[in-house]
Design a protein around this ligand. Structure first.
Ligand code: KG4
Ligand code: ZN
Length: 361
């Protein structure tokens, strides 16, 4: 291989099967994502066995589509990057085995990439952001503040000690009978709601630092719901709207305050522009997005929100992280294993929380 030009990325760590072709010049030639929400909807969350089977069945279709969309022959691929963790082990294994087989058949290098590094490096792909910068990752499976120092250098500033915010949205939506995935449904229900009606907690705001907790908030919603059901025999639409609005504003308050602290803690002498990048499905929430943008502006940071399709799980971010890390000297061989847990910052104290992908960060 003379020059590293095109990378095929593969992602299968949760409930999206994805393949993408990305150029070293930051061009995204294709990004195909097969969601599985329909397969898991009836269960109100991701079922690992169903997810793993669906990945195994769809990876080759996804890759064929990504190549076709990009107008690229498989022989033109210079590198194969695959999510090797953290995530649901069955799905990650499907991707890793597939990548190995493809690498052997094409005689190309293959690199195992940390899924979180994919999210963390996306602002470089989409906006050409320079190192270092802060990333807030808020999704169904992750919630952490990272200082991104280099392609494989991350410092965890804080994170959730239990549920990820998206997970809290999903569980709360289930409690309120709204369906799955819960984030957009809570947001919709909250439009007509009175956020001040219920006094929900703002967990961990009384403690210093940037760690967060969301599981108590969900429990508070359950308690309020149960009291209302006992009192009035059911839930009125207006009550659901008020509960949804109260919950959403509580999450926004916690994220806003912890983001303010993360910005304050970020010392980057010599950096031309301080950047706060926000990624993950929860960043799609308008109230939360607006609050975070406000905090960034107050703290003198430029807020970078990559387009949603690149913020939520996708393979373009894996291809890009693969390109950056391979150029920086990272290598994998056929001994590459799938890792259910794989903290980006191996030196940070482990968190006790889980997230829908299982304990991992
Ligand atoms: O990043 P993502 O697609 O997948 C991972 O979890 O990695 O995030 C999905 C999560 C789900 O929990 C979903 O409920 C949440 O993001 N979400 C939202 C909104 N849209 C998606 N949460 C709040 N408000 C939204 N509008
Ligand atoms: Zn993700």
């Amino acid at each position: 291989m003379s020059e590293l030009r095109l990378c095929l990325g593969l992602e299968s760590s949760c409930d999206e099967t994805a393949a993408a072709i990305v150029g070293a010049d930051r061009s995204i030639l294709s990004s195909v994502v097969y969601g599985q929400a329909d397969l898991h909807e009836a269960y109100g969350g991701v079922v690992p066995e169903i997810a793993a089977r669906a990945h195994a069945e769809r990876l080759d279709i996804c890759v064929a589509e990504a190549l076709r969309e990009a107008g690229v022959a498989k022989e033109e691929i210079d590198l194969i990057a695959v999510t090797a963790g953290p995530g649901l082990i069955g799905g990650v294994m499907s991707g890793v085995v597939f990548a190995k087989a493809l690498a052997v058949s094409l005689d190309r290098p293959m690199l195992g990439v940390n899924h979180l590094a994919g999210h963390a490096l996306t602002p470089r792909l989409t906006d050409g952001v320079g190192y270092p910068y802060i990333l807030l990752l808020v999704s169904g499976g992750h919630c952490q503040f990272l200082a991104v120092m280099g392609p494989d250098s991350f410092v965890r500033i804080g994170g959730t000690i239990d549920d990820a915010p998206g997970e809290a949205f999903d569980k709360t939506a289930k409690l309120l009978g709204l369906g799955y995935p819960g984030g957009p449904l809570i947001e919709k229900a909250a439009v007509d709601g009175d956020a001040g009606r219920f006094a929900f907690p703002r967990p961990l705001l009384d403690r210093p630092g940037c760690d967060m907790s969301f599981s108590g908030l969900k429990t508070a919603v359950r308690r309020a719901r149960d009291e209302l059901v006992a009192e009035q025999g059911g839930l009125w639409r207006k009550v659901v709207a008020d509960l949804a609005a109260g919950f959403q504003t509580a999450v926004a308050d916690v994220l806003a305050e912890k983001t303010r602290r993360a910005c304050e803690m970020f010392l980057a002498p010599g950096v031309k522009e301080k950047v706060l990048a926000i990624a993950g499905g929860v960043a799609a929430n308008k109230e939360i997005g607006a609050r975070l943008a406000e905090v960034a502006a107050e703290q003198g940071f430029r807020a970078v929100l990559p387009p949603l399709r690149l913020c939520t799980d996708n393979a373009a971010m894996i291809a890009w992280a693969g390109l950056e890390q391979y150029k920086a000297g990272a290598r994998s061989d056929m001994g590459l294993v799938a890792r259910p847990r794989w903290p980006l910052d191996e030196d940070a104290a482990p968190l006790i929380g889980s997230g829908k992908k299982g304990a991992k960060a």
